[in-house]
Design a protein around this ligand. Structure first.
Ligand code: ATP
Length: 259
């Protein structure tokens, strides 16, 4: 279970005179940029939660807090009842986090990269081998398993990074824009992979700008706008808000209402 309540995170941001004269973002002006102001959501085992929002809304910052890469200034977040602020190390062991940068070692092959991260997590050799075999099969990566990461295409690297993220069988999975750079076939493979977490009863959160992915996969949706959660609910509840049954209309409606 992932539970996030009233998260906030600000970054130091000196205000320049000319910038002050122009219309400002409501999140800046006091020498800080309040990237996340009040974000709350929950994701239970067996659920996939989609995190949506315009560019710069605060999705990545929120996910980085959840992964324990950033410490929040206010609010709370629990992973399987572990307080990520009070006990970040224990929380981190339970999380598989895919960030924007793939973080692969260029000279290692795709397979070596995934194995390396498995070893870092202390996986026994036999278990690691089986897990890698399964992941390379599920993500359709056998064809380039032995290619150096430097020589992989953007999409191949992304799949490799995803395999690396989940190699240690984390208790919760957090993916920041996982389908970025993937072609149609690869995106489909990945969406099926994400869906498989429902049966495993592992909560999975992913951020995306693609509403068809939300429609296909998500049980719940959180829309973040200018650092605050502007909508929390099921996909069906979101759809109703637009009036037309269309998710794009519903998304635009939520953002306009919130602005
Ligand atoms: N380390 C930092 N220092 C200053 N500002 C930051 C920092 N990290 C993020 N921000 C700002 O916080 C805001 C939210 O950024 P964030 O990356 O969380 O947005 P996002 O919703 O993931 O956007 P996108 O959809 O474009 O990926 C942005 O305005 C960004 O410039």
């Amino acid at each position: 279970m992932i539970e996030v309540k009233h998260l906030a995170k600000r970054f130091a941001a000196p205000v320049h005179k000319e910038r002050r004269a122009r219309q400002r973002d409501v999140r800046e002006g006091d020498g800080w940029f309040h990237a996340v102001r009040d974000v709350s959501f929950a994701c239970a085992p067996g659920e996939v939660l989609g995190l949506l929002g315009p560019n710069g809304a605060g999705k990545t910052t929120t996910l980085r807090i959840l992964s324990t890469a950033l410490r929040p200034d206010a609010g709370s977040a629990f992973i399987d009842e572990i307080d990520i602020v009070a006990d970040p190390l224990r929380a981190r062991q339970r999380v598989g986090f895919l960030s924007g940068s793939t973080g692969l070692y260029g000279r290692l092959s795709a397979r070596e990269n995934v194995e390396y991260f498995g070893r870092l997590h202390g996986m026994a050799p036999a278990r690691l081998k089986q897990r890698c075999d399964d992941l390379f099969e599920q993500l359709d990566m056998h064809a380039y398993a032995h290619k150096r990461a430097d020589d992989l295409s953007t999409g191949m690297k992304q799949k490799c990074a995803i395999a690396r993220t989940v190699v240690h069988e984390p208790r919760v999975v957090i993916l920041d824009e996982p389908t970025t750079g993937l072609d149609v076939m690869s995106a489909r493979v990945l969406l099926e992979f994400i869906a498989s977490y429902k049966a495993l009863r592992i909560p999975l959160i992913f951020s995306t700008h693609h509403l068809h992915e939300v429609d296909k996969l998500c049980d719940r949706v959180c829309i973040i706008n200018r650092g605050r959660s502007a909508f929390n609910g099921t996909v069906a509840e979101l759809r109703e808000l637009g009036g037309s049954g269309d998710l794009v209309d519903a998304f635009v409606h939520v953002i306009k209402q919130d602005d």
